[in-house]
Design a protein around this ligand. Sequence first.
Ligand SMILES: [Zn+2]
Length: 306
Amino acid sequence: MDKFHSIVNEIYEMFKDYKVSKSEIERRLKLLVFEFKVPEEEARRTIINGLRRDLNISKEALRFPLTKISELEPGKWVSVKAKVIQLWDSTSPSIAQWGIVGDETGTARFVIWTKSSKGKVEEGKNYLFEKVIVDEFGGVKSIKVTSLSEIKDIDEEIEVSEEGGEVEAIGALVSISQNSGLIQICKLCGRFTKAGICKEHGKVEGVEVLRLRGVLDDGEKMFEIEMDENCIRSLTGLDLNAAKKMAFENLDRSIVLLELKRKLLGRYFRVFGELKFRTINVKRAEFFRPKILEEVEKTLEEVKNW
Ligand SMILES: [Zn+2]
């Protein structure tokens, strides 16, 4: 591509969210370069500054362009308008908040670092996340809110495109959330309650449930998974009553979480369920033994018989 067109493209990329057409940029560049014999680099700066002035855009906004979620690229600093779809319980003191955001093009994770002193966002609300860095892990993109970033409430309802449906996944259960095991949830909204307090409803009557939340890694992607009592019983033999009894006998409900970790963590599973915002609500799960292991064992068995 020649210099002329690469400048046009560069400027177009910078201003495309502001509805500046390529032909308009070309017109300005031609005028400066061919009519007024302005050197290309100087013409480039003149056009950028001119457009910024005309459109009333700060330098900052150009360095952190407003980007749709489907177009996030790892390593880039951007701004994103999105709705907070899910907030997850923080798993580390360095994370103030994390969860999933979405816009009409897709969903991504977000992380607000504690150090950033930014926040807090609420589920179901719309925000402009300014000056955030894009990251990718296990095929899932995320935006990171650092101390440079800003989070602004916006008075705009963002439609979220929801990928979903029935899925099957095979992978290793690489982590189990602390909010698993024999836990109490809010009677009104189903959120995890801590010492009888729901984040949304305050002091509430808790309901005891047996639940597992964790991360399944299929080698390419990571899924959040959630298993209910039926699933857990089918894998471990443990049901709600047995879990209550276990907690009572040990005077400690965290014994149930330990038991789930002992039996399930690091094992391979095949799960079937409903995918919603990268969380699989597992309906059925079974232990999975990679075929290769079966092959090896079969071969060993044959050798033995010889
Ligand atoms: Zn509640």
